[in-house]
Write a protein that binds this ligand. Sequence first.
Ligand SMILES: Cc1cc2nc3c(=O)[nH]c(=O)nc-3n(C[C@H](O)[C@H](O)[C@H](O)COP(=O)(O)OP(=O)(O)OC[C@H]3O[C@@H](n4cnc5c(N)ncnc54)[C@H](O)[C@@H]3O)c2cc1C
Length: 386
Amino acid sequence: MTSPSSRHVLIAGAGIGGLTLACALRRAGVRATVFERADALRPVGAGITVQMNASVALRRIGLCDAVVAEGERAEQTLILDPAGVRITGFDARSLQVDLDAPMVSIHRARLQAVLRAHAGPEEAVRLGVSVTDFQDDGARVTVSLSDGGTVSGDVLVGADGLRSAVRARLLGAQPTRYSGYTSWRGICVAPDLVKDGHFTETWGPGARFGIVPIGHGEVYWYATLNAPQGSEDAPGQTLAVLQERFAGWHAPIAQMIAATSPERVLRTDIHDRPPVRRWSKGRVTLLGDAAHPMTPNLGQGGCQAIEDGVVLGECLAAPGSVEEALRVYESRRVKRANEFVVRSRQMGQMAQWENTAARFVRDALIRRVPESAARRQLQTLVQGMR
Ligand SMILES: Cc1cc2nc3c(=O)[nH]c(=O)nc-3n(C[C@H](O)[C@H](O)[C@H](O)COP(=O)(O)OP(=O)(O)OC[C@H]3O[C@@H](n4cnc5c(N)ncnc54)[C@H](O)[C@@H]3O)c2cc1C
């Protein structure tokens, strides 16, 4: 049995989850090599909200302050109707103080840069090589790479996202599950259009629009719309389509779309996978979207990838065999992450309702839920990571 300090961990994928794991292992003195398919770290041009549970996880590996410094702290989070009238929300500033846990939105490139800076020397993250296959002989695991090479280590972690090759090899290839709605994400420079720290999401018939300042004078926005899978915008028409679809919704939605360059908009159909109870076999495991891809309705996909990376890093740095470490990792992570998969899907289905009467009743019921209920839920969430 190798001691943790002489272990070599192989990681497929340098997304949020793979890099967080590399940072956690480096801090614990365990060697890791990350293989990333892309030839440069080019995260999608969008923002991401790092919720309080994920910032508490980042604090455990010493990276919370660095991430907070690059993003924008939440002051208020609100759900509105298309006229701009509040449906629900909470005072994010006071909750962060009460729970001693920051909530920030950040440009993905800045988050990735912070993680990469702490993930180890240049050779710890090998760019432009995919993991194409692996062999686990019980004592070592050997990965085959797209450049024809092979590398052996003590454990392989598939952190290779929604369409993970490691997962397909480990659990069998399964199609992803389309949610019924598509999304657009954009970034514009529009600090004066949005109040500092005000994160809003507006719910209309079969469509939503979110506005999130991400610091550095930039604002991230996203839109969702019920649509057939694989439908596309006519070339050059994306912003016009969005202007038309969200016409009549409250300010500054039209202004945000108008302030965005077409090349800074990204369209993604929303998929997840039904939860599974095992992510590991032998010396191979999964984390992040490779393990538990979820719809983005609770803003937890990346946050759960961060939690996975921190916890798996702790498990692999603890004395004991690799197999034991992976068992403990699953026991600490599977139930919690899978609950988000289920709840995110339910939340998305309800938030995308089109029927006017059903939406009226939904909004009226949500308005009656006291803010204290949301606070208690977030408290439980944060405590789960302490
Ligand atoms: C519209 C939208 C909004 C979202 N908003 C939020 C939010 O606000 N907060 C939040 O927490 N989450 C959010 N998410 C979810 C979040 O983006 C994902 O859950 C998160 O990126 C998952 O990280 P990951 O590291 O597991 O996977 P990924 O980010 O997908 O990274 C996987 C990496 O693996 C690489 N790769 C793939 N195959 C291979 C291979 N064979 N070999 C080597 N490398 C490979 C890829 O190039 C990539 O770099 C959102 C998602 C969407 C679609």
